[in-house]
Design a protein around this ligand. Structure first.
Ligand SMILES: C[S@@+](CC[C@H](N)C(=O)[O-])C[C@H]1O[C@@H](n2cnc3c(N)ncnc32)[C@H](O)[C@@H]1O
Length: 337
């Protein structure tokens, strides 16, 4: 028998806990969606008071609070009175976690319900469920787009300092962050490299958010914000960046994006792909779930270095180096072949 990764695989209710995972997602989703986390952030309260403050049914709200207590999100200092635990406090104060939870409960959970389709076909469930692709769905839904962009921004914000500390941008003149979201990564790169000019490129709705962020950071003189479609064309530069973009798409779509990059990159330029590095044949947790998330959302996937090498090759690039950043994403540096 292969060794199990679970601490106690024979715990009597181990499988039940796994089977009921969807219930836990729904319970914390409803807690935040109804404003119960914020309400309890004001201090311990009786469950009826919480229900009345958030407009919920008193009995059902008490039952939800009991489930939250079981999950250690709240505790019950005296019968019928509830307060946030340290874990629950994060659902009030950590904006990125809240965005992740609300997106998961409102949108991703629906898409994951189509996982069977994804595993049978190797394709995203979103077109079947929504009638449009995931990004078309997100871009048609302002609230979901803003949450998604904030979440991505928080994630890339956590690794941007690592990227500028391990990668030497001193020979670069114009860096273009393609699918650059709100411009979090490019602004970190520009701040660390005063000689550089940059472009953040994304779909027009997201570029409106990037413009505000770039203005707020005082970088309008050095950073253009350009809206467009990377399947059609990307702006030119001597350093093109694709961060958490290729893992959204299958090989065919990646090749279209990469060929557009090949046309746009200077002859002596480079392409930096920032993605999680998977070991060949062996995506390890937590990337195994991240990998399935990519499949569900866009038919995308995590990739190993040999897989990136052959993707690059098909679009006229050569993988030059894989640079660890000390964070979740590595830098795959490619040069025009
Ligand atoms: C997973 S997010 C990554 C964002 C950012 N690069 C980061 O590292 O956090 C993918 C980005 O690709 C953008 N995108 C999706 N389809 C696009 C398209 N057809 N043209 C341009 N950008 C697109 C999305 O709006 C989103 O900002």
């Amino acid at each position: 028998m292969p060794e199990s990764k679970r601490a106690d695989p024979v715990a009597p209710n181990a499988l039940e806990e796994l089977i009921d995972g969807y219930q836990k997602t729904q319970v914390i989703h409803v807690m935040v969606k109804l404003g119960i986390a914020d309400q309890l952030g004001r201090g311990a309260q009786r469950s009826e008071a919480v229900a009345s403050a958030v407009g919920a049914h008193a009995g059902a709200c008490y039952r939800l609070l009991r489930a939250l207590e079981y999950m250690d999100i709240v505790h019950e200092p005296s019968p019928g009175t509830f307060a946030l635990t340290a874990l629950g406090e994060q659902l009030r104060s950590n904006v990125a976690l809240r965005d992740a939870l609300l997106l998961t409960g409102d949108v991703f959970a629906r898409w994951w319900a189509g996982l069977e389709h994804c595993v049978r076909t190797g394709e995203s469930s979103v077109p079947v469920i929504e009638g449009v692709s995931s990004f078309e769905y997100l871009h048609g839904n302002t609230e979901a787009t803003s949450r998604f962009n904030r979440l991505m921004s928080a994630m890339v914000g956590g690794i941007a300092a690592n990227v500028v500390s391990v990668y030497d941008f001193s020979a670069v003149r114009r860096v273009v962050d393609i699918g650059g979201g709100r411009g979090t990564l490019i602004s970190t790169i520009l701040k660390a490299n005063p000689q550089l000019r940059g472009v953040v490129f994304d779909v027009p709705t997201t570029i409106e958010e990037a413009k505000q962020a770039i203005t707020a950071m005082g970088l309008t003189e050095r950073c253009e914000c350009v809206g467009g479609d990377f399947f059609a064309h990307v702006p030119s530069g001597d350093c093109l960046v694709l961060s958490a973009v290729l893992s959204d798409w299958n090989d065919e779509k990646c090749t279209v994006i990469l060929k557009n990059c090949r046309r746009a990159v200077a002859v002596d330029g480079r392409l930096l792909v920032l993605e999680r590095l998977l070991e060949p044949e062996r995506p390890a947790p937590p990337s195994a779930f991240m990998d399935l998330q990519m499949l569900v959302i866009g038919g995308g996937t995590g990739r190993s270095a040999p897989e990136y090498r052959s993707l690059f090759h098909a679009a006229g690039f050569e993988l030059a180096r894989v640079i660890p950043t000390g964070a979740s994403r590595s830098i795959f540096e490619a040069r025009p072949a």
